[in-house]
Design a binder for this molecule. Structure first.
Ligand SMILES: Nc1nc2c(ncn2[C@@H]2O[C@@H]3COP(=O)(O)O[C@H]4[C@@H](O)[C@H](n5cnc6c(=O)[nH]c(N)nc65)O[C@@H]4COP(=O)(O)O[C@H]3[C@H]2O)c(=O)[nH]1
Length: 805
C-alpha cells in the first residue's frame, strides 16, 4: 500500500504542486489543508502515515504549534517543509521532534528521500513500540514487575506491576538503595540480603506485607550483569500470594485427607475409585489398591444407590447429598454410616469427580439404642417401665380392637416388701426386686410384656390368651415363682404377692380403666388375705359403694358416741388367772345393727377415720384399765389393736405417750397389738416399733402366721409377744398342718424368748393341746366372749378361770 501523506500548506498553488509531486513519487496524498487547525481536525478520518507541514501558515496556528499537537495526540510523524532555517524557527520546530526538515526549494529526489527515511524511522519506532506493548501486556497478564538498577549511578528503573505489588512506591524506587529490602518480611530479609551479596543471581519466594497489612508472598528474581566496566542488576518481582494461598490450602486439604477419621473415596465421573485415604482402609479393611477402578456401589454399599441417584445429585443446586447408608467392611460385616456424596466440577463447569466421605456411626446408634432402652426400661430390674407400659398397652389395645381378641392386665403387688427394705436395707430390697423381676419374666411367654411400675408394683400385659383359666393359671404360676425362697446374704426369705387381673374389653376398653380395674382387683386380693389372685368383678365396684355408705355411718358414729369397747379376757394357762384383756371395738349401726369390726375397720382405715377412732380406743381402753385399778383390782394387761395406718403415722408414738401421761396408766400395763401385715407393709416399721418400745409399752404381733413374712425377719424386731392366729388354733388338735404350724410358732417364740398367746380357743381339746405345748396365755370363747366393761367387772372379782382352778 502506498504511504498516506497529509499536506499542510496555505499557498494553494504550492500545495497542488506538492500533491502532484507526491503522487508522481508514488505516495497517496490523503488530504491538503491550509491551516494547522484544519489538519488536526482531519487526522482521525484521513489517518495519514506522515504529515508534510509548512511552518508559516498565515493567521491562526503556525506549523510548529500544529506539529506539537499532532505529535502529542496522534503520534503521526511530521516533516517540516519551509523556506526558513534561521535559529528561532529551527528551535521552535525542534520541540515537536520532527522526522525531517526540508528547505524549499528542494528537488523531487530530496523530497522522496526525506519522506522514505522518515517513514522507515517511524516503522522502526512502531515495531519497538509494539514490542514494548507486548512486553507490557505480558507483564500485566503475569502480574510481573520488572526493575533495573545501576549500582554506580544508583539509577533505578522499573516497569509493570512493581508499584501495585509492593503497595505504592517504596523508597528504593526513589533511588534509596538501602531500603531495597524494606518491603520484604523481616524474617526473610537476611536470606535475601545474603543472596544478593554473595551471588550474581537471586531467586527466592519471600513474604511481604501487603498494602492492606496482610501477609503476601512474592517471587523475587534478580541477576547481576557485567558489561564492560559497568554492572547492573535486573530483577523481576511477581505477586504469588494467591498461588501460595492455594498451595497452602492444598497442603491443608491433603493433611485433612490423610488424617481425618472419615473415610474418603474420590472417583472419576463414571464412579470409578481413583483415590482413597487411610481412614477408608481403617474403616473398611480394604487396601487402596484393592478397590481402584471399582464403583463403591459394588463393594462398599450394602444396597446400591438407585440409577437416579447421581443424575439427581447433579441436578441439585448445591451438588451434594448426605444421608445414612449401610456400608460393608471387607469381611462382609455391615455398619451404619453417615455418607456425604459431592460432585466436583472444573472452572468450565465440567464434572471431574465425585467425592464420597463417610463415617462409622455404629457408636451413635448404640448410644441411641441405649438411651431408648433407658427411657423405656426400669434401671433396676431391666423390665419395661411406666413409659413402656403406656406405649405398649395402647398398642396392644388397638391391635385387640381390630382382632377382637382379649388382652389381660395383671397388677402384681408384693406382700410385705416394705418390711424387707426396712429391716434388711435397700440393697437387699433391690436384690429381692431383681430376683422377683427375673422370675416374673421367666414365667412369661415371649409375647407377654413385663413392667415394673415402681416400688414393689409390677404389671404384666398378656395379649394373646383366650380364656380366663389361662390367665388364672399364669397368675398362679407367677405367685408360685415369686414365693420361692430367696437367699439374701445370710437370710432366707420368702415373699408373696397379690395379683389383680382385668381383661379387655369386659373390664375396661382403655388403658387407664383397665389398669384401674386391675389395681382394684389386686386390692381385693390383698383384702382377702394376700398371696392370692383376684379377677376384677363388678361387685368390687358395689363393695366400693358399700364402703362409702359405711364411711358416712362411721363419721356419724364418732359424733353420736355409737362406738363402744368390749373386753375379752386373757387367761394364764399356768394357773387359770385372768392376766389381761383385749379391747375390741363394737359399733351398733341404727339400721344395720351390730357391724363386725372386720367390715368397718378396713373402711375406717381407707378413709383415714381410723386415726380418730384409734386414738379414741386407746384413750378409752387406758382409762378403763385405770378405772379398774382404781376400783381396787390388781393391774391388768390391757391389749389394744393398732392398725396399719396408725402405725404409719409419725405421731403415733407421741399419741401413745400423751394418752399414758394423761391417764396415768403404767406403760407396762399397755400392750399394743400390731398385725404382721401392718409391720410388713409400712416403711420404717422397725424404727416405729423401737420408738414405741422405748415408751415402756409391750408389743405383740397379732394374727401371727397369716402373713408371709420371713420368720427370720422377726428376730430384728423388738417384739414381746406373739399371738397365734385363730385360724391355726381352729384345726387343733386333729389337723396335722395346723398342729405343725402351731408347734413351729411356739418353738420360734421360745427361741426368740417371746411370750405367747393363743387366740380363739373354743374347745377343751384345743386348750389341752396348747397347754401341753407350753403356751402361756390364752384367749377364746371357751373362757369368755368379749364383754362390755360392766359384765367383765364380775370376772375381775374372781380373776380365776373356774375349770382351771
Ligand atoms: N370365732 C371366734 N372368735 C373369737 C374367739 N375369741 C376371740 N374371737 C374374736 O377374734 C377377734 C380377735 O381380735 P383380733 O384378732 O385382734 O381381730 C380384730 C382386730 O383385728 C379388729 N379390731 C377389733 N377392734 C379393733 C380396734 O379397736 N382397733 C383396730 N385397729 N382393730 C380392731 O377386728 C378384728 C375382729 O374383731 P372381733 O370381731 O372383735 O373379733 C375378735 C374376737 O371377738 C373364739 O374363740 N372364736
Amino acid at each position: 500500500m502506498n504511504p498516506r501523506i497529509m499536506i499542510v500548506e496555505d499557498e494553494r498553488i504550492v500545495a497542488l504542486d506538492l500533491k502532484h509531486s507526491l503522487e508522481f513519487l508514488g505516495y497517496q496524498a490523503v488530504g491538503v489543508h491550509a491551516s494547522g487547525e484544519d489538519a488536526i481536525a482531519h487526522i482521525p478520518t484521513q489517518q495519514p502515515d506522515l504529515v508534510l507541514m509548512d511552518i508559516n501558515l498565515g493567521p491562526g496556528m503556525d506549523g510548529t504549534e500544529a506539529a506539537l499537537v499532532i505529535n502529542a495526540e496522534h503520534k503521526v510523524p511530521i516533516v517540516f517543509l519551509t523556506a526558513y532555517a534561521e535559529e528561532k524557527t529551527l528551535s521552535r520546530a525542534e520541540r515537536s521532534m520532527p522526522y525531517g526538515y526540508l528547505l524549499k526549494p528542494y528537488e523531487l529526489r530530496e523530497l522522496d528521500a526525506t519522506l522514505r527515511m522518515a517513514l522507515a524511522r517511524r516503522q522502526a519506532e512502531l515495531e519497538v513500540e509494539h514490542a514494548e506493548e507486548r512486553l507490557r501486556l505480558a507483564m500485566d497478564a503475569a502480574a510481573l514487575g520488572v526493575w533495573e538498577w545501576d549500582p554506580q549511578s544508583d539509577d533505578f528503573q522499573w516497569q509493570g506491576h512493581l508499584e501495585g505489588i509492593l503497595g505504592g512506591r517504596p523508597r528504593f524506587l526513589r533511588g534509596e538503595q538501602d531500603a531495597f529490602l524494606d518491603f520484604i518480611h523481616e524474617e526473610d530479609r537476611p536470606a535475601v540480603a545474603a543472596q544478593l551479596a554473595e551471588n550474581d543471581v537471586v531467586s527466592s519466594t519471600v513474604r511481604m506485607r501487603q498494602p492492606d497489612g496482610s501477609l503476601g508472598w512474592i517471587e523475587l528474581y534478580a541477576k547481576r550483569y557485567a558489561e564492560h566496566d559497568r554492572t547492573r542488576v535486573i530483577g523481576v518481582v511477581r505477586d504469588v500470594t494467591e498461588r501460595h494461598r492455594n498451595e497452602e490450602r492444598l497442603r491443608q486439604a491433603n493433611v485433612v485427607f490423610q488424617t481425618t477419621g472419615e473415610g474418603v473415596l474420590i472417583t472419576d465421573p463414571q464412579h470409578r475409585v481413583i483415590a482413597t485415604n487411610p481412614a477408608f482402609s481403617l474403616l473398611t479393611g480394604y487396601a487402596a489398591e484393592d478397590i481402584y477402578g471399582f464403583d463403591p456401589d459394588n463393594f462398599l454399599h450394602a444396597r446400591r444407590h438407585s440409577d437416579h441417584f447421581y443424575p439427581r445429585l447433579l441436578e441439585t443446586r448445591q451438588g451434594y447429598w448426605h444421608g445414612e447408608v449401610t456400608c460393608l467392611r471387607r469381611d462382609g460385616t455391615p455398619f451404619p454410616a453417615w455418607e456425604h456424596v459431592c460432585a466436583v466440577r472444573d472452572e468450565r463447569g465440567e464434572l471431574r469427580n465425585f467425592i464420597i466421605t463417610f463415617s462409622d456411626i455404629s457408636e451413635i446408634r448404640q448410644a441411641e439404642e441405649q438411651i431408648n432402652h433407658l427411657a423405656y426400661h426400669d434401671a433396676l430390674t431391666g423390665l419395661g417401665n411406666r413409659h413402656q407400659l403406656a406405649a405398649r398397652l395402647d398398642t396392644e389395645l388397638e391391635r385387640a380392637q381390630l382382632s377382637r381378641q382379649p388382652v389381660a392386665v395383671m397388677f402384681i403387688d408384693l406382700d410385705g416388701f416394705k418390711l424387707v427394705n426396712d429391716t434388711l436395707g435397700h440393697a437387699a430390697g433391690d436384690i429381692l426386686l431383681q430376683t422377683v423381676a427375673r422370675r416374673i419374666k421367666g414365667s412369661l411367654r415371649r409375647t407377654d410384656i413385663a413392667i415394673r411400675l415402681g416400688g414393689d408394683e409390677f404389671v404384666v400385659i398378656v395379649p394373646d390368651a383366650r380364656r380366663l383359666e389361662d390367665y388364672a393359671a399364669l397368675a398362679e404360676k407367677l405367685l408360685e415363682a415369686v414365693r420361692e425362697v430367696i437367699e439374701l446374704r445370710d437370710e432366707r426369705l420368702s415373699i408373696s404377692a397379690s395379683i389383680g387381673i382385668a381383661v379387655f374389653p369386659d373390664n375396661g376398653t382403655d388403658s387407664q380403666t383397665l389398669l384401674k380395674s386391675a389395681d382394684n382387683a389386686m386390692y381385693d386380693a390383698k383384702m382377702r388375705g394376700r398371696n392370692r389372685v383376684a379377677f376384677y368383678s363388678p361387685d368390687m365396684a358395689e363393695r366400693a359403694h358399700e364402703r362409702m355408705a359405711m364411711e358416712q355411718g362411721l363419721m356419724q358414729a364418732l359424733k353420736t358416741d355409737a362406738l363402744h369397747l368390749h373386753y375379752q379376757p386373757v387367761i394364764s394357762l399356768a394357773d387359770g388367772k385372768l392376766v389381761g384383756v383385749e379391747a375390741l371395738l363394737r359399733w351398733h349401726h341404727p339400721e344395720l345393727g351390730q357391724v363386725p369390726p372386720a367390715r368397718f375397720i378396713p373402711v375406717a382405715e381407707e378413709s383415714g377415720l381410723i386415726d380418730r377412732i384409734g386414738a379414741w380406743v386407746l384413750r378409752q381402753a387406758c382409762r378403763q384399765a385405770l378405772a379398774w385399778q382404781q376400783a381396787g383390782h390388781p393391774p391388768l394387761r390391757m391389749a389394744v389393736n393398732v392398725s396399719v395406718r396408725q402405725l404409719a403415722q409419725d405421731h403415733l408414738v407421741e399419741n401413745v405417750a400423751a394418752v399414758l401421761a394423761e391417764t396415768g396408766l403404767a406403760p407396762e400395763c399397755l400392750e399394743l397389738e400390731i398385725t404382721e401385715t401392718a409391720i410388713q407393709s409400712i416403711e420404717h416399721s422397725r424404727e416405729r416399733l423401737r420408738q414405741l418400745k422405748a415408751l415402756g409399752v409391750m408389743l405383740a404381733i397379732d394374727d401371727f402366721g397369716t402373713g408371709f413374712s420371713s420368720l427370720s425377719l422377726l428376730k430384728h424386731l423388738p417384739i414381746d409377744r406373739i399371738k397365734i392366729d385363730r385360724s391355726f388354733v381352729m384345726g387343733l388338735p386333729d389337723d396335722g398342718n395346723d398342729a405343725a404350724i402351731t408347734q413351729a410358732i411356739i418353738a420360734l417364740a421360745q427361741n426368740l424368748k417371746m411370750a405367747l398367746t393363743a387366740e380363739g380357743i373354743e374347745s377343751p381339746e384345743q386348750l389341752t393341746f396348747l397347754q401341753r405345748q407350753g403356751v402361756e396365755d390364752a384367749q377364746g370363747y371357751l373362757f369368755s366372749r368379749p364383754q362390755p366393761p360392766q359384765a367383765l367387772e364380775s370376772l375381775l372379782h374372781t380373776r380365776q378361770w373356774q375349770s382351771m382352778q
